[in-house]
Design a protein around this ligand. Structure first.
Ligand SMILES: [Fe+2]
Ligand SMILES: [Fe+2]
Length: 258
């Protein structure tokens, strides 16, 4: 099974959105023929109706099944009322074969901060209880600080409680965005993965525009970062949730992951 994890599209009519990068990225993305495309928020920049229309039109060229959660930018200017019209429920549990996908809105209207709250914690527990082979949780804000993304801010307010539920239940994979850089780290038995920005001009240093391809092969999760401009693929993490074996190339440039 293959999941494409993309984030922070920032469709708008100002300087945030780079349409030629978007089209390049979609061409690459469609070539991977992922079983699911998880989009972890910030589809727009100001949550405006014209931006939602634009984002929806642009996303239509991405082939495949999509699961989408809102980001803080999508909730601006009453954008939280528009999100369900264009992209469906902001919080959901989806069962697909042996897969459970739990999508959650961490954003609050007109605030950059993220939080989940007790109702969403209950939703996580409900999704986990189904005990499918694989449970994936995705939301916009980050649960742990993301290196190389600037000084820490906007981490989920109730990150401690959220992380506690996730770690206690050995959720194998959590997908996040917001910081515009790719990153992955394993804590206990959980792989936390951040996607960079797909098509926003606000990139960080040389990270550029990227997205993640996550492959599940022989009980192993492999996260590959795709650099859109360079068309380059770099394996970032390989993790076996069964034996706990974990190789993180992010910390060791010399180490090649096969
Ligand atoms: Fe963003
Ligand atoms: Fe964001």
């Amino acid at each position: 099974m293959r999941i494409a994890h993309i984030s922070d599209i920032h469709a708008n009519y100002g300087s945030d959105f780079n349409n030629s990068t978007f089209e390049k990225a979609v061409k690459l993305l469609n070539g991977f023929e992922a079983d699911l495309i998880f989009i972890s928020g910030d589809l727009t920049t100001d949550g405006l109706l014209r931006e939602y229309e634009f984002a929806s039109e642009r996303l239509s060229i991405i082939k495949g099944k999509k699961a989408i959660v809102p980001g803080n930018h999508d909730e601006k200017n009453l954008g939280y009322k528009l999100f369900p019209e264009f992209f469906g429920n902001t919080d959901f549990i989806r069962y697909d074969g042996n897969l459970t996908v739990i999508g959650l809105a961490t954003s609050e209207p007109d605030k950059a901060d993220g939080r989940l709250g007790r109702n969403r914690h209950r939703l996580i527990k409900r999704g986990i209880e189904k005990k499918k082979d694989l449970t994936i949780i995705g939301f916009h804000h980050h649960l742990v600080p993301i290196p190389n993304s600037g000084r820490e801010h906007n981490i989920i307010e109730d990150a401690g409680e959220t992380l506690d539920i996730i770690l206690r239940n050995n959720v194998p994979l959590v997908l996040m965005g917001h910081r515009h850089v790719p990153y992955a780290v394993k804590i206990h038995n959980t792989l936390l993965v951040n996607a960079g920005t797909f098509s926003c001009n606000r990139t960080r240093a040389h990270f550029g525009n990227t997205f993640n391809i996550i492959d599940f092969k022989n009980n192993t999760i492999i996260v590959t970062v795709i650099d859109v401009e360079k068309g380059k693929q770099e394996k970032m993490v390989k993790y076996n949730p069964l034996d706990g074996c974990y190789i993180n190339r992010y910390y060791n440039e010399e180490k090649k992951i096969d």
